[in-house]
Design a binder for this molecule. Structure first.
Ligand SMILES: C[S@@+](CC[C@H](N)C(=O)[O-])C[C@H]1O[C@@H](n2cnc3c(N)ncnc32)[C@H](O)[C@@H]1O
Length: 455
């Protein structure tokens, strides 16, 4: 590695000499920059520590994929009066492609997918649009900086470089809420949390010229991740997780998470004119998410988000995006869903939740055992989440239910069927091999989505 002082000086010199944009630094001793005539070069540490100059498209040859230090400075990022932001949205493992399509549809740029997470760029309206409109994201984080750290000192210095005063007001609360570290030198989460907090306090003390922060204002929760020694520091824009749409009353029924249900609905191609059936509807999550999807009702329209209280994010952004979401609702959609469940309490709960979600006119729910499920004549799609052995019944009882499903569903092809189950033997009990399977996680439980398309 090169002497960090020399590297810092080089970056400073080039950034301020006016001939080149600021450099980006990577953990491998690489500096990349774009020359005025459009050709990119990087200085890399070659064999035996020799310094080499290489076009950027050769970086892959060195095992270097991307520069690793990026600090977002709000005051410098205004382009034509627009604030450019980088956002990151975690999701259920297995739903990354569904989420990335949602993000592209709502105007996200430079969409990048990693395990359980999608990162994307956009303007400040996208902070509101993604919170209000994303169905499969767990939350939306505003990325403030990315850098490499192998020691607490590097972590402290990296965090301290981030212009937190651009985002956190003098009175705002800034808890370092959650974080994780994987395959990295730094792994103690509580220690990382306190180093990060200390670095932010130091930065804000210098920026505001005060020693004490009362933290009585709006919350700007800090989140961090460290993967292969690459640190990402972000602000949580969401608050209570996005799966909390605001329609579901809590109960003893083991419900599927709203974000996972929305992902399955997307995979199953539910349209504004679809008919949907869920014979194990429980609290009605799949029915409600399907109705909202079909009618293009944004899942976050009925709730508030942390970032709504931030002084630097104009209120008009939230108003514009709520109006936009209202305008997109397809009130003339002919979608209808039919749910049933053996448990009367579940039936009442599903009806209550559908009303809360404002889609009760599109959903009928009745009490019915699966053995009496009559496959309707109209072509439709069956999506369900039957009981799991380990959670509700013992395995044998669950498999008996799968056998019954095989019989009653078999009468009604050519409907399409989508069944999510953690039981790897599901197909054997059901009596048919799925046309397609997809691995999904229901919380920590690995499941399969068994898909049947053909009669
Ligand atoms: C895993 S839960 C479904 C949860 C639902 N997706 C939700 O989000 O609330 C399974 C449901 O199957 C119902 N059930 C169990 N045995 C049944 C049977 N023989 N016929 C119909 N429903 C049954 C249970 O009452 C329970 O509500």
């Amino acid at each position: 590695m090169y002497n960090p002082e020399i590297l810092r000086f080089a970056r400073f010199f080039i950034a301020f000499s006016g001939c080149l944009p600021p450099l980006k630094e990577s953990s491998f001793g690489v500096f990349t920059f774009r020359k005025r005539r459009g050709k990119s070069f990087a200085f890399v540490e070659g064999e035996k520590g020799k310094r080499e100059r290489a076009p950027c498209n050769r970086l892959g040859n060195y095992g270097i994929i991307k520069p690793t230090t990026t600090i977002y400075d709000r005051s410098r990022k205004k382009e034509n009066g627009e604030l450019k932001v980088t956002l990151s949205a975690p999701c259920h493992f297995g739903l990354e492609s569904v989420l990335s399509s949602e993000i592209r549809r709502m105007g996200g740029e430079n969409v990048q997918v990693t395990d359980g997470r999608v990162t994307f760029d956009g303007d400040e309206n996208l902070i509101a649009r993604s919170n209000i409109g994303l169905r499969t994201a767990e939350r939306v984080q505003l990325v403030l900086g990315r850098f490499e750290a192998r020691s607490f000192e590097e972590l402290f210095q990296g965090v301290r470089k981030i212009p937190f005063e651009d985002y956190i007001g003098r009175k705002d609360a800034f808890p370092v809420k959650s974080g994780w570290a994987l395959k990295s030198q730094l792994h103690s989460i509580p220690d990382c949390q306190s180093i990060i907090k200390k670095a932010i306090v130091t930065r804000l003390q210098e920026a505001y010229g005060v020693h004490w922060f009362e933290e009585s204002g709006p919350t700007c929760a800090i989140e961090f991740s460290i993967h292969h020694d690459q640190v990402m520091i972000s602000l949580d824009t969401t608050g209570v997780g996005l799966h909390k749409r605001g329609y579901r009353r809590s109960s003893v029924i083991a419900p599927i998470k709203e974000t996972l249900a929305a992902g399955i609905i997307d995979i199953a191609h539910v349209y504004p004119d679809s008919q949907l059936y869920d014979p194990f509807c429980g609290s009605g999550t799949l029915l409600i998410e399907a109705a909202m999807h079909a009618m293009r009702i944004a899942p976050g329209l009925r709730r508030r988000f942390s970032a709504e209280k931030w002084s630097w994010l104009p209120q008009k952004v939230w108003q514009q995006e709520r109006h936009r979401a209202f305008d997109l609702i397809q009130r003339d959609a002919t979608f209808h869903a039919y749910g049933s469940d053996i448990d009367l309490e579940a039936v009442e709960l599903a009806q209550h939740n559908a009303k809360q979600a404002g889609v009760d006119a599109r959903i009928d729910v009745v009490q019915r055992d699966i053995k009496d499920f009559l496959i309707p004549k109209e072509k439709g799609v069956v999506i369900c989440n039957p009981p799991y052995g380990e959670r509700l019944l013992d395995m044998k009882a669950a498999q008996e239910i799968y056998r019954t499903m095989g019989k009653v569903f078999g009468q009604g092809f050519p409907h399409r069927y989508y069944v999510i189950s953690p039981d790897m033997e599901f197909e054997r009990s059901f009596g048919r091999k799925a046309d397609k399977r997809r691995k999904l996680y229901n919380g920590m439980i690995p499941c399969q989505l068994y898909m049947y398309f053909k009669g």
